[in-house]
Ligand binder design. Structure first.
Ligand code: F6R
Length: 244
């Protein structure tokens, strides 16, 4: 794992966006793996600015989101579909047919998982962006006795639901909506198949889990430790989240 520590969230967001821009300049038809949550919001803001300034185009890119809540409509303000549209896709030149986000209301969940898995693996992700949960989850691969390697349905931990409530507060929707208890997520194996991985963490509430990820042996109770198995992971931290 390569570690980069920057001063603050602004710098982290700019640097993460620069990595995506560089990837697209190198290969315009890159397949990008994307995350939601509070962490990458600044990165998306920078990417939108870069697009508006003519520095980057997504015209030939394909995106795959890591996860989505289940049991809601895609148009719900809670959905990661809404998050991605509002924070990135509505503002750039990506083709609609090249956007892939797991379904939030599939008729057959198992079929939806298998189809998503097959599509991701067939295309192959060039660069995967990740955040980290305060409990060490990656995507929605929650800590537990075992990890699922492929795209699957998962029950979210209470801590994860609480963490996601911040997104609703950010939108002023916390009284009208609640975070679903189940989600569909790429598996740890799906994520580890990406060519390159960038993990972003900011803020003092991530310091402890970042430290554990770096110092603990690989174990399913801390899914982020599995990133140590990957040959090309860059961790970008701000000073507050850095344990050093
Ligand atoms: C989101 C995702 C999650 C988040 C993680 C951190 O698509 O897969 O693993 O990256 O929960 O969330 P924030 O950034 O809100 O702290």
């Amino acid at each position: 794992m390569k570690l980069i520590t920057v001063n603050d969230y602004e710098e982290l967001s700019r640097l993460a966006a620069e990595y995506i821009k560089a990837q697209l300049l190198l290969k315009a038809n890159s397949n990008l793996g994307l995350a939601t949550g509070m962490t990458p919001m600044g990165m998306y803001e920078n990417l939108v600015k870069m697009y508006q300034n003519g520095e980057v185009s997504f015209k030939e890119a394909t995106t795959f989101n890591l996860d989505e809540f289940l049991g809601i409509s895609p148009s719900s303000p809670v959905s990661y579909y809404s998050y991605m549209m509002e924070n990135l896709f509505n503002h750039i030149d990506i083709k609609k047919e090249n956007i892939n986000i797991p379904l939030s209301n599939p008729e057959n969940e198992e079929k939806a998982c298998n189809e998503y898995e097959n599509k991701v693996v067939k295309k192959g992700i060039d660069l995967q962006i990740l955040g980290i949960g305060t409990n060490g989850h990656i995507g929605f691969n929650e800590p537990g006795e075992e990890l699922n390697d492929k795209t699957h349905v998962t029950n979210l931990k209470e801590e994860t639901i609480k963490q996601n409530e911040k997104l609703l507060v950010e939108r002023g929707e916390e009284s009208a909506y609640h975070i679903p208890k189940r989600a569909l997520t790429m598996g740890m194996g799906t994520i580890l198949k990406a060519d390159k991985i960038i993990l972003l963490a900011n803020g003092s509430n991530k310091k402890e889990i970042v430290s554990k990820m770096l110092h603990h042996n690989i174990n399913t109770n801390l899914p982020a430790t599995f990133l140590k198995l990957h040959k090309d992971v860059t961790v970008i931290l701000d000073k507050e989240s850095s344990p050093f």
